[in-house]
Design a protein around this ligand. Sequence first.
Ligand SMILES: [Zn+2]
Ligand SMILES: [Zn+2]
Length: 174
Amino acid sequence: MQFRMQEMMAKGLKSTIQEDLDVSGLFKGRIDVIRTSPLHVSLEVVGHDGFITADGELSADLELACSRCLEPTKGHNTVIPFFEQFKPASKGDAEDGTGEDEDSDFVEIEGDKLDLKPFVEEALQLFMPFAPLCDDKCKGLCQTCGQNLNERTCGCNNERIDPRFDSLKDLFKD
Ligand SMILES: [Zn+2]
Ligand SMILES: [Zn+2]
């Protein structure tokens, strides 16, 4: 997944990546990630005049734990669209007055070597849901006894009514 930028841009080279990347190390310590398959990277990398594009998708089979009940979530197969544009970092003292806008969509790369791996890994990490759910309606675990409330109800009384709601209830009384 490494390219020489100058050559790609000068010759307008095109390259296809079909590669499996081991990403198991990225999620060490995350209890909500039960298992990850290798990340399949499918990208087309094209050299243009002055920049390089990488376009395609990443796919993986991710087994995540529900953030409420800790059971595995369904629907593992994940496809993440990937699009990134790279260009050589501009010289620090370039005062050429072309007015290049600072917040462009290009990632600036120092040196001639473009390594896509960190960008691919970052895209996967950004995609990972913060709080995965097995189901939108997951009832979670009982906060008193730990029973999975999707399987059965327990006898615990976890109801705690905020006193502020009492007055609200009166408002909606007909
Ligand atoms: Zn759940
Ligand atoms: Zn309970």
